[in-house]
Design a protein around this ligand. Structure first.
Ligand code: SF4
Length: 100
């Protein structure tokens, strides 16, 4: 992940998963395997730099701009309604179950 892939300051987005609601179907992993991965516990987690799995519940990772559509589609299709995409600047959810 390079700096050039990030959205402009103020529009940068990040994503987190509420594992309590994850059904483990893996739809998000099909859309954006660079961002999401199923862990051995059968639940989806986001990935950080160097592809490492962020295994704490609710961990947050930046949304690379080229993957924004895939991440948004994941949030829209997620049967658990548990993928949250928010602005880094003010943490307002822009895609996901809590978006307006
Ligand atoms: S799409 Fe949603 S419910 Fe399905 S594995 Fe991903 S986070 Fe979990």
């Amino acid at each position: 992940m390079t700096v050039q892939q990030e959205a402009p300051a103020g529009e940068a987005l990040e994503v987190w998963i509420d594992q309590d609601l994850c059904t483990g179907d893996g739809i998000c992993v099909q859309y954006a395997p660079e961002v999401f991965e199923l862990d051995i516990d059968g639940l989806a987690y986001v990935k950080g730099a160097d592809d490492e799995l962020l295994q704490e519940a609710g961990a947050v990772t930046p949304v690379p701009l080229p993957l924004l559509t895939d991440v948004v589609d994941s949030a829209r299709e997620c049967p658990g309604e548990c993928i949250h995409v928010r602005r880094v600047l003010d943490r307002v959810e822009v895609y996901g179950p809590d978006a307006e």
